[in-house]
Design a protein around this ligand. Structure first.
Ligand SMILES: Nc1ncnc2c1ncn2[C@@H]1O[C@H](COP(=O)(O)OP(=O)(O)OP(=O)(O)O)[C@@H](O)[C@H]1O
Length: 258
């Protein structure tokens, strides 16, 4: 069964192609890394999938339903969850309140918010915080959280719409190596348990090769290759792109992956 499929996706800015003819399929349980040097087109792909950028051509389907033409909010409601490179929580609200707010929005209950704010979706919010290991910090303001903890709150926020596809834009950026491993293990567990699929961009090759089940490489808007971590590691064009771009491509990062 295919959860998410993209065909012939294209986007140019001022006549300059940012993404040319992108195709991909995602199945439940799959964790696909979208990698490539700066300017390869990764963010543009992401933004088209979430409805923030309108493609010039192509098709983006979730369970066969066309997403192009829908507003970001409609796409979110259909089950595409997203985290951002920059953490996007309300700093003055507590961890629990942030989760409740997202759940209130998901259940179309913003108007009821003023009347019964404190108790709305509290149990559901606590369950999601438990899932990401943040329940003990539920009552702390987000502004005083450690960065890694904030990323886990963000992951919980991305799960409030019960996503079938989770999009994560550089999920581990700014995190310490140990925190990166922990976050990605948590994500992999959630993807497995909920039988959903995940697509992520990432500059850290340690994270990509350790956690992706498949990898897609873009360069200047063009698909270079797609395959298992082992296949991508051995691809001569991929090695040339990374060595030529000056981007970090640490051969040790992929040792033992085949
Ligand atoms: N809003 C925009 N207007 C004009 N050009 C854009 C716009 N957004 C992206 N581009 C161009 O499209 C190309 C792809 O950019 P994109 O941000 O998708 O790449 P990326 O792979 O995400 O890069 P990075 O790793 O640096 O985030 C680049 O040449 C970029 O300059």
């Amino acid at each position: 069964m295919i959860t998410f499929s993209v065909r012939g996706l294209r986007k140019s800015y001022g006549g300059v192609p940012a993404v040319r003819e992108m195709d991909l399929d995602l199945r439940p349980g799959e964790i696909l890394a979208l990698i490539g040097p700066n300017g390869a087109g990764k963010s543009t792909c992401f933004n088209m999938m979430t409805g923030q950028v309108v493609p010039d051509a192509g098709s983006i389907r979730l369970f066969g339903r066309e997403l192009i033409g829908l507003k970001p909010r409609q796409i979110w409601r259909l089950g595409v969850g997203r985290t951002f490179q920059i953490t996007a929580t309300f700093a003055s609200l507590t961890v629990l309140e942030n989760l409740q707010l997202a759940l209130i929005s998901h259940h179309h209950r913003i108007r009821a918010l003023l009347a019964r704010a404190g108790s709305l979706y509290r149990d559901e919010a606590l369950a999601l915080l438990r899932l990401v290991g943040m329940e003990p910090q539920a009552d702390r303001p987000c502004s005083i959280l450690a960065y890694g903890d904030l990323k886990r709150v963000e992951l919980a926020l991305a799960l409030t719409n019960d996503p079938k596809l989770l999009l994560m834009d550089e999920p581990t950026a700014g995190m310490a190596p140990r925190e990166r491993i922990e976050l990605m293990r948590l994500v992999a567990r959630i993807v497995g348990e909920r039988n959903i699929c995940m697509l992520f961009t990432e500059h850290d090759m340690d994270v990509v090769f350790a956690h992706a089940t498949s990898i897609m490489v873009l360069n200047r808007g063009r698909l270079v290759t797609r395959g298992s971590p082992g296949e991508v590691r051995d691809n001569a064009e991929v090695q040339a792109i990374y060595l030529g771009s000056g981007a970090v491509y640490d051969a040790d990062a992929v040792k033992g992956v085949a």
